[in-house]
Design a protein around this ligand. Structure first.
Ligand code: FAD
Length: 406
C-alpha cells in the first residue's frame, strides 16, 4: 500500500494529509514539519491573532488530536535536509531517514532578507511564523513606534494591527506606491489614503539603506525613528530540497495541473510551487495564498488516490485592514484597460468599490474593496470568460448580472 510522506506541516501540508484520508487513502501518511506547532493558519498572524482577537486554538487548521485519530503520523520539529529520489527516501536533520512511495513537498516560502548594514541585527522583526508573530506582538502597544520596511500586504496589515494596539506605525516603501507589484494604482492610492486616515505614516520612493539602533536610515540621510523594525519585503519559495534532488525549479518547484513535479513520485503544493493557471492561458505563476494551497492540496490528493482531477479554480486572495475587506480574483497580466466601479475615495464613509482589469470585453482580474457581489460575479466571469459591457460595468446602478453581454 502506498506510503505518502509530506514535508512541511503548514496550510498545504496539513490540508493534503486530511484530504488523502477523506479521499480514501488507506496507506501510511507521515506529515513532517520543522515548526513546533501543528499545522496552523498564517493569515491571522498579521490580523486577528496579532490584535488579540483569537488564540492559538483559533489558529490551528485542525485540533492536534485530529492527526492521530486519522492515522496521520505528525512529526513536529522535524527538518528535512535532502531527498534521495533514486532510493525514494528523505533525510532529516537529526539523521533519520524516511522512505516513501509518494512524496509531497509543502515547504512554503520564507521571508526575503534585506542585505543592508544592520540586516543581521537579532532584534529585527519579520512575520512568517507564529514565533515571529509573538515577537512582533511583544513589541507593540501604546507609546511604541513600529517602522515597517516594505508596503506589501503583510506590512500594511501589520500597520493596521499596530494602530489597533495603540502603536504608531510608519511604512517605508522603496517603490513610488505601496502594493506596487501586486495591485492597481487605484488600490495603492486607496490604501495609502486609508492608512494615513488611520494615523499611519507612509513614505514612498524611500529606500532604507541601513538599520540602526534608533530605527531605519534612508538613502537621503533621514532617520525613521522607531522602537522596533519589521521587515516585510516579500517571500521566496522554499525549493532547496527540490533543487538538491534535481527537480525542475524556476521561481519555485515547477509542477503541472496535478501538482506533480518533474519526478513522477514527487508532488509539490502551496507557496513553494511555480504552477500553471488554467484560467489564465495556463501561464505559470507562484501564488502565495491560502486558496492556492487548498487547490493544489486537492490536486495532489486526487492524483495520489486515483480520483478525477478537481475542476480548475480562478486564483483568489484576500486581505483585511481596519474595516476593509479586500478580495482579489484572477490575474491582471495581459489586461488592456481598467474599469472602476464605485468610489475609491479613501476619505469617504464606508468605502466600497471594485477595479476590473479587462482584456477586450473579458474580465481577467477584479480587485474588490468591501464589494462582495462584485468579487463573486467577477470571479465567475473570469472562470467562464463571460463578455461584459464596460460602460455598464462602470455604473454601480447596473446590477452585476446585467453587465454581461448577450
Ligand atoms: P506554509 O503555510 O508556510 O507552510 C510551510 C511549512 O513547511 C512551514 O511550517 C515550514 O516551516 C515547513 N518547512 C519548510 N521547509 C521544511 C523542511 N525542509 N523540513 C520540514 N518542514 C519544512 N494568504 C491569503 O490567501 N490571505 C491572507 O490574508 C494571507 N495573509 C497572510 C499573512 C501572513 C502574516 C503570512 C505570513 C501569510 C499570509 N497569507 C495569506 C499567505 C498564506 O498564509 C500562505 O499562502 C499559505 O500559508 C501557504 O501554505 P503552505 O503550506 O504552502 O506554506
Amino acid at each position: 500500500m502506498t506510503k505518502v510522506l509530506i514535508i512541511g506541516a503548514g496550510h498545504a501540508g496539513g490540508t493534503v494529509a486530511a484530504l488523502l484520508r477523506q479521499y480514501g487513502h488507506e496507506g501510511e501518511i507521515v506529515l513532517a514539519g520543522e515548526e513546533p506547532a501543528p499545522p496552523y493558519q498564517r493569515p491571522p498572524l498579521s490580523k486577528a491573532w496579532l490584535k488579540g482577537e483569537t488564540d492559538l486554538e483559533g489558529l490551528l487548521l485542525r485540533p492536534e488530536s485530529f492527526y492521530a485519530e486519522h492515522g496521520i503520523e505528525l512529526r513536529l520539529g522535524a527538518s528535512a535536509t535532502a531527498i534521495n529520489a533514486a532510493a525514494r527516501t528523505v533525510i532529516f536533520a537529526d539523521g533519520a531517514v524516511e522512505s516513501y512511495d509518494a512524496l509531497i513537498l509543502a515547504t512554503g516560502s520564507t521571508a526575503r532578507k534585506l542585505t543592508i548594514p544592520g540586516a543581521e541585527r537579532p532584534e529585527l522583526l519579520e512575520l512568517r511564523t507564529l514565533v515571529d508573530a509573538e515577537r512582533l506582538k511583544a513589541a507593540l502597544g501604546p507609546g511604541r513606534r513600529l517602522a515597517i520596511i516594505g508596503g506589501g500586504y503583510v506590512g500594511l496589515e501589520a500597520a493596521a494591527s499596530a494602530r489597533a494596539l495603540g502603536s504608531d506605525a510608519v511604512v517605508v516603501e522603496r517603490m513610488d506606491r505601496v502594493l506596487a507589484r501586486v495591485a492597481s494604482h487605484t488600490l495603492s492610492d486607496f490604501f495609502t489614503g486609508y492608512h494615513r486616515r488611520h494615523g499611519v505614516e507612509i513614505l514612498t520612493s524611500a529606500e532604507v539603506t541601513a538599520v540602526e539602533d534608533d530605527g531605519a536610515r534612508l538613502a537621503d540621510g533621514r532617520l525613521v525613528e522607531a522602537d522596533a523594525v519589521l521587515v516585510g519585503v516579500g517571500a521566496l519559495a522554499c525549493d532547496q530540497l527540490a533543487l538538491g534532488a534535481g527537480l525542475t525549479c524556476e521561481n519555485g518547484v515547477v509542477v503541472d495541473e496535478t501538482a506533480r513535479t518533474s519526478d513522477p513520485a514527487i508532488w509539490a503544493i502551496g507557496d513553494a510551487t511555480f504552477r500553471p493557471v488554467p484560467t489564465h492561458a495556463g501561464r505559470r505563476h507562484r501564488l502565495e495564498s491560502v486558496p492556492n494551497a487548498l487547490e493544489q492540496a486537492k490536486q495532489a490528493a486526487a492524483a495520489i488516490t486515483g480520483r478525477a482531477p478537481p475542476a480548475a479554480e480562478v486564483p483568489w486572495f484576500w486581505s483585511d485592514q481596519y474595516d476593509v475587506k479586500l478580495q482579489i480574483a484572477g490575474l491582471p497580466d495581459g489586461a488592456d484597460r481598467q474599469v472602476v466601479r464605485g468610489d475609491p475615495d479613501p476619505a469617504g464613509d464606508s468605502p466600497s468599490f471594485a477595479v476590473f482589469h479587462l482584456q477586450g470585453d473579458r474580465v481577467l482580474c477584479v480587485e474588490a474593496v468591501n464589494a462582495g457581489p462584485e468579487f463573486m460575479a467577477g470571479r465567475m466571469m473570469i472562470g467562464r470568460g463571460t463578455p461584459v459591457d464596460p460602460e455598464k460595468l462602470a455604473d454601480p446602478s447596473v446590477s452585476m448580472k446585467a453587465v454581461a453581454v448577450g
